[in-house]
Structure formats: structure tokens, C-alpha cells
Design a binder for this molecule. Structure first.
Ligand SMILES: [Zn+2]
Length: 336
């Protein structure tokens, strides 16, 4: 198969599909130019350079002069908040250009525990949407206050984080527990580190030395910035700030006010967190967040980079065995 793909890339035989007559938004160089995209089997094997002649393919799709960008990536979402199954969720977001999501099955885990997580993983297999599942870190979110359906102690997390289909530790909401070094949270974050998986953050209002403590613990992202100065402080500290536009939180305006004059920022990504099904259909998904940050003054190609390249780099650089990483790189960048 691999040899055949290489031959297809070389042009030894016609491709399966060519998408012609497009304006390619090149997220690496920031250029926009006419191009054609060549597909063989399930991979993009060639994209024409400026001035290169058209591709030979068995099927041609006319892009009608539209812009083509890499697949959009949501770096933090809870599918359950849309109150649909993963399959229905994929059907809703794919037409909006999203090809990859990082999901935290936190809601179902609070009701059904590991059985719920196993269901979400199973139901996400075989979809055209790439679903990366991170393990809920705070089940229940308020221990001793909730009557939750499960209790994910450090021992439970140590076991579940090793599952092949678990790609990271999801939003570590108990930031106080991390900063104060509570035993439970120390064990949970340590489990992710030992497994070599990303630990994703949730740190509203955490700044200064508390922020440094949270970062030093190994948690490197945040999608809870409602305040632009706080977001800028986090970006300056090298944290990955995920700009969120959900059905109830609208953070693009405040954050962009503090970053619009900073040019390209490599550590900003976009996320939707919790979106009602009707909003997904009517408003869109990450394409809506891209639009919002552009409206607030981010240069369009940079906004697209936030939703594509930056997210891919964030997920690609730090996790998984090389074979998985190869697959991610190819399809993150070039899946339509
Ligand atoms: Zn969340």
C-alpha cells in the first residue's frame, strides 16, 4: 500500500481524484494561490505548486474558485453537550469543515463511569471525523458534593489513561488541587505524565506564580480565558490558549482585543467546548470561531492557522507513537 501511494505521488498513474480550480490557503507560508489537490485512496498525495499544470485523475471536482484550507480542528469539546451521539455530531460538524476534534467525555463519565467512556470511544470509530478522546480528569468535578455515577481516583486514572484509544488527560478543572498539590490531583496528573500523554488545562483566573505552578505541574493549555489580559499573560508564558466560542461562553472579543496587534501566534488554538445541537447546525462549528476571531481583528490567514496548523502542531508534537503521528500529520494538514 505504501509503495503504491508513493507511486501515486510520483505521478506514475492517474490519481483517484483531483480537486481543481481552488485558491489554496497555504498555512505554512501564509500565501494564497491557485492550485489543485490530488487524492489517492484516502490520502492527499500531491498539491500543485504555483504554475504547475493540472493533475491527471479519474475523477475531477471543480472547486469553482473557492478557497481550500486544511481540515479544522477543535482542541476541546464535549460531544455530550450537543446531546447527540458521536455519529450525529460528526454529521453536523463535517459539512462545516471540521475533520478532527479532541473530545472529553466528562459528562457521560460522571453518569456512567468507564462504561460511558468505552461507549463514546466505540461510537466514534469508523467515522469520517477523527475523534481523539481524552480521559476526564475530574470525575466527579466536586468530590463529596455531587452524587456522581463514578469516582475516578488516581488509581482509576492510572489504569484508564493506558487505554490505546485514550490520547490524553482532559481539562484538569481542579486547578486549586494541582496548585495546592493535593494528593489526588498529584496522582492524576502524574499518571498522564507517566503514560506520555498530554494533560489539558482548565484554569480560569489563574495568573502569576499560580499559573507557573500549574504549568510546572505539566498542564499546558487553557480554554477558560474570559479576560484578555489573562489570555495574553498565558500566551506569553507559552501556554496554549484555546479561544472558545460555545453556546454560553463567548471569549473571542476579550482575547482578540489583546492579541490582534501581535501577528502570528503559534500557541493559540480554537475550541467550542459546549455547543447545543441547534447552534451547530445554524451557526457552525470551528468555522464559526474562525469567523469570530476575524471579525474581532485577527488577520484571516492567522485565524485559519489557529484552527488548523497550530492545533495540529499541538497535538502532533507531544503525543503518541511515531506511526500514529505520521497518520495524524498527513491527514490533519491535508484532509479536506
Ligand atoms: Zn470543557
Amino acid at each position: 500500500m505504501k509503495i503504491e501511494m508513493i507511486s501515486a505521488a510520483k505521478g506514475e498513474f492517474p490519481l483517484d481524484l483531483a480537486i481543481t480550480n481552488i485558491k489554496l490557503v497555504n498555512v505554512f507560508t501564509g500565501e494564497i494561490y491557485p492550485a489543485a489537490i490530488g487524492v489517492y485512496r484516502d490520502r492527499i498525495v500531491h498539491v500543485t505548486q504555483p504554475g504547475e499544470t493540472e493533475l491527471e485523475a479519474r475523477a475531477i471536482v471543480d472547486g469553482k474558485g473557492k478557497y481550500a484550507i486544511p481540515g479544522l480542528i477543535d482542541t476541546h469539546v464535549h460531544i455530550e453537550s450537543s446531546m447527540v451521539t458521536p455519529g450525529a455530531y460528526a454529521a453536523a460538524v463535517l459539512p462545516h469543515g471540521t475533520t478532527t476534534i479532541v473530545t472529553d467525555p466528562h459528562e457521560i463519565a460522571n453518569v456512567l463511569g468507564e462504561e460511558g467512556i468505552a461507549y463514546m470511544i466505540q461510537a466514534s470509530k469508523g467515522l469520517d471525523l477523527r475523534v481523539l478522546t481524552f480521559l476526564p480528569s475530574c470525575v466527579p468535578s466536586a468530590p463529596a458534593v455531587e452524587t456522581a455515577g463514578a469516582d475516578f481516583t488516581a488509581e482509576v486514572v492510572e489504569r484508564l489513561i493506558e487505554w490505546d484509544d485514550i490520547d490524553g488527560l482532559a481539562e484538569v478543572m481542579n486547578y486549586v488541587g494541582v496548585i495546592e498539590q493535593h494528593e489526588r490531583m498529584r496522582g492524576i496528573v502524574e499518571a498522564a505524565r507517566k503514560a506520555g500523554k498530554i494533560a489539558q488545562g482548565h484554569a480560569p483566573t489563574v495568573r502569576g506564580r499560580s499559573l507557573s505552578a500549574y504549568l510546572t505541574a505539566g498542564i499546558d493549555s487553557d480554554h477558560e480565558c474570559r479576560n484578555g489580559e489573562e489570555a495574553l499573560e498565558k500566551i506569553r508564558a507559552g501556554m496554549i490558549v484555546e479561544i472558545r466560542e460555545s453556546s454560553m461562553s463567548f471569549n473571542a472579543e476579550a482575547i482578540v482585543a489583546h492579541i490582534r496587534d501581535k501577528g502570528y501566534l503559534p500557541n493559540v488554538t480554537l475550541c467550542s467546548d459546549d455547543v447545543f445541537a441547534n447552534d451547530l447546525v445554524a451557526r457552525g462549528h470551528i468555522n464559526h470561531v474562525v469567523r469570530r476571531v476575524i471579525e474581532e481583528g485577527v488577520e484571516p490567514v492567522n485565524a485559519i492557522r489557529f484552527g488548523t496548523l497550530n492545533a495540529a502542531e499541538r497535538l502532533d508534537a507531544k503525543i503518541w507513537e511515531p506511526s500514529r503521528r505520521d497518520a495524524l500529520r498527513t491527514s490533519f494538514y491535508w484532509r479536506m
